[in-house]
Design a protein around this ligand. Structure first.
Ligand SMILES: Cc1ncc(C[n+]2csc(CCOP(=O)(O)OP(=O)(O)O)c2C)c(N)n1
Ligand SMILES: [Mg+2]
Length: 630
């Protein structure tokens, strides 16, 4: 190490200690413990800029493309100012940071090398991009002096290829010149702390600008303060129009999307005022309680008897904070009888998604409060239970009975497992009841696990279930368990996963132990990618390339990692309950393996009800969409 490097380290350590002693960046700056003008490398200034924005956690897989940032983090961590979480896979790193933001609101940065590491993180960034979560990504990039190809760059003779690649998925910025730092940080702040729809921000760090030394950098340039939120939608007459339409309609359905997260109370009041029923996105399970008489639960191609009845029959749609994704929207065929749409959204494109729309562009909760105030002045729309509500509630009872029938037959004979094993619906019901009773946060991985999961969960409030239906990224749930170790307020996580999804990201077994994750992986093993196999069967009558013949001993796999408690979930409700109890008592990470049924018995699943523009359903679905013309 050169003496220059030693000096740098001492300066960094002194600055980090000054910030810690002052109680934070702002305090240190205000007290002069941190001078306004400092000499430092671009990487250190970047870390200071992130600190100012409240980013103190860095989930990383370092490489030659990020050693300088890594060195700054090392020294700052010595002073207890930041914390790095080295993990084994960038996809897992991104999932953990996204889960942390989602569950706790805390921000984190994913740090990778150049090339494969960065691109893996980008793939996983589909999650925060789809679910509207603000996450920082610090990624190595090729040098901006272009002395020749850098190892791991995109091998073409063109400029800014990584920037172009990353800009497609989210907001991206190349820190091409040290002087651009404040703008880069501002763009990141606006993206990651976006008041309505956060997203991934990719900060590309050229190998040669990371160590650039700046003299007299003015710390005042580092941006702070979250961007302001949109207020309620403007009242240009649209509220009266909307209120009239809502009161005139006979069968109102309110579609509650991810953007309605903060608006549960307002939606509950609206439902009473307009005699509406709600269908909810899995993203906001519990935004109104499961048992609420007007909650018709999920709808769409993996919907429910009651949710799909409500969407099929409704004559007016009130859409709140939704993107109308195919699975919940039956690929734009979910509302065949709807004559009018009232759409509340903060996004100009989304608010005009359907035709025949009265758009209300603004914050959902604030707009709903104003709308409810207008509706309260009107004579009551109905007294007692209307025919619409009665019909919907009847369907909800049918749905409850349909589910209960499955829970009463919790095991079925399975050829692969050679005997009776639990069905997924039974196992998920047992596990999520357990999670609710123990205040464990449930995460769901993609596949049948996810679809059955959001048809089953009975959330009485937000925050119990996190099901990544935006990108439906296999491996998200198990990776999300790392967030239990990152969070300021620790929580216990239950990751419900399939054999396919777990195998995508088994790194959690190691990373979880290393960083002290507290949670349980419930691996529902049907020895295949059943969701896709079932889709193939429904469409073409045959399965293809969705399973293999390799028996995997997942318990041995879990046992191979010191610190993981491996538990056999067995083949009965009681054995699964016992395993969950044991897992809950373990102060660390556990894995429960449960063989589950796959086959044609209708009691083995929860069914699909809506339409979907995929495979050989395309022709009829598209034809219907155009016939409806919404
Ligand atoms: C990373 C990723 N690759 C592929 C898919 C497409 N896909 C969705 S579900 C699924 C199968 C899931 O299998 P498993 O985790 O075993 O759950 P199961 O359906 O068997 O319950 C696949 C391949 C995906 N969602 N994510
Ligand atoms: Mg499976």
């Amino acid at each position: 190490m050169t003496s220059h490097q030693e000096t740098l380290t001492m300066q960094r350590l002194a600055r980090a200690r000054a910030i810690v002693e002052a109680g934070g960046f702002e305090q240190a700056l205000a007290a002069g413990a941190l001078p306004r003008l400092i000499d430092a490398t671009l990487s250190e200034l970047l870390v200071l800029g992130l600190l100012r924005q409240g980013v103190r956690k860095f989930v990383c897989v370092l490489g030659h493309g990020s050693t300088e940032v890594g060195e700054v983090l090392r020294v700052y961590q010595e002073a207890d100012l930041v914390r790095a979480y080295p993990v084994r896979n960038e996809i897992a790193a991104s999932h953990a940071a996204a889960a942390l933001r989602w569950v706790t609101g805390e921000k984190a940065a994913v740090v990778t090398s150049i090339g494969p590491g960065a691109v893996q993180a980008m793939a996983a960034a589909l999650v925060p991009a789809s679910d509207g979560l603000g996450v920082w990504y610090l990624l190595g990039d090729e040098t901006c002096e272009d002395e020749g190809p850098n190892m791991q760059q995109i091998p073409k003779h063109e400029q800014n290829l990584f920037l172009r690649l990353f800009s497609t998925l989210g907001e991206a910025y190349t820190l091409h010149a040290p002087g651009a730092l404040n703008t880069a940080l501002r763009r990141g702040l606006t993206t990651v702390d976006h008041p309505h729809r956060g997203g991934p921000f990719f900060l590309l760090l050229p190998l040669n600008t990371q160590p650039a030394y700046l003299t007299g950098f003015n710390l005042d340039e580092l941006p702070a303060g979250a961007p302001p939120a949109l207020p309620a939608a403007l009242d240009d007459g649209a509220y009266d129009q909307a209120a009239d339409a809502m009161l005139a309609a006979e069968r109102v359905v309110v579609r509650v999307g991810g953007g309605a997260r903060q608006a549960g109370a307002e939606i509950a009041e609206l439902l009473e005022l307009i005699d509406g029923v709600a269908v909810t996105s899995p993203l906001v399970s519990g935004v109104i309680p499961y048992d609420h008489p007007r909650n018709m639960l999920v709808a769409g191609s993996k919907g429910s008897l009651c949710g799909n009845f409500a969407t099929e029959e409704a004559d007016l749609l009130v859409a709140v904070g939704t993107r109308s994704v195919c699975q919940s929207d039956s690929s734009r065929t979910a509302f065949p009888r709807v004559k009018r749409v009232i759409h509340l959204n903060t996004d100009l494109h989304d608010v005009l998604h359907y035709n025949k729309t009265i758009p209300l562009l603004g914050d959902a909760a604030a707009t709903l409060r104003a709308l409810n105030a207008k509706l309260r002045e009107q004579p009551r729309k109905v007294s007692g239970e209307s025919p619409w509500l009665a019909a919907c509630r009847e369907q909800k009872r049918k749905w409850e009975a349909f589910k209960a029938e499955r829970y009463r037959r919790p095991t079925l004979p399975d050829a692969t497992w050679g005997g009776e094993v639990l069905t997924q619906p039974a196992a998920i019901k047992i596990a999520t009841d357990w999670a609710r009773a123990h205040d464990a946060v449930s995460f769901f991985d993609a596949g049948d696990v996810q679809a059955n999961g959001f048809q089953i969960v009975e959330d009485d409030r937000l925050g119990r279930t996190f099901t990544e239906t935006g990108a439906s990224y296999m491996g998200f749930a198990v990776s999300a368990l790392l967030a239990t170790a990152l969070a300021e307020q620790p929580f216990y996580g239950l990751a419900l996963t399939g054999d396919g999804s777990f195998t995508m990201n088994p790194q959690i077994l190691i990373d979880g132990v290393e960083h002290g994750a507290r949670g349980c992986i419930l691996l529902l093993d049907n020895r295949r990618m059943a969701a896709i196999a079932a889709l193939q069967k429904a469409q073409y009558g045959r399965e293809y390339a969705t399973n293999d013949h390799v028996a995997v001993d997942y318990l041995a796999w879990a046992r191979a990692i010191k610190g993981v408690l491996a538990l056999d979930g067995g083949r009965s409700p009681d054995s699964l309950r016992a395993a969950l109890e044991q897992a809950g008592k373990h102060d660390g990470l556990s894995l429960i393996h449960a063989p589950v049924y796959y086959g044609d018995d209708p009691l083995g699943g929860l069914g699909a009800f809506g339409r979907w523009n995929v495979g050989n359903w395309v022709e009829s679905t598209q034809a219907l969409r155009h016939k409806i013309g919404l």
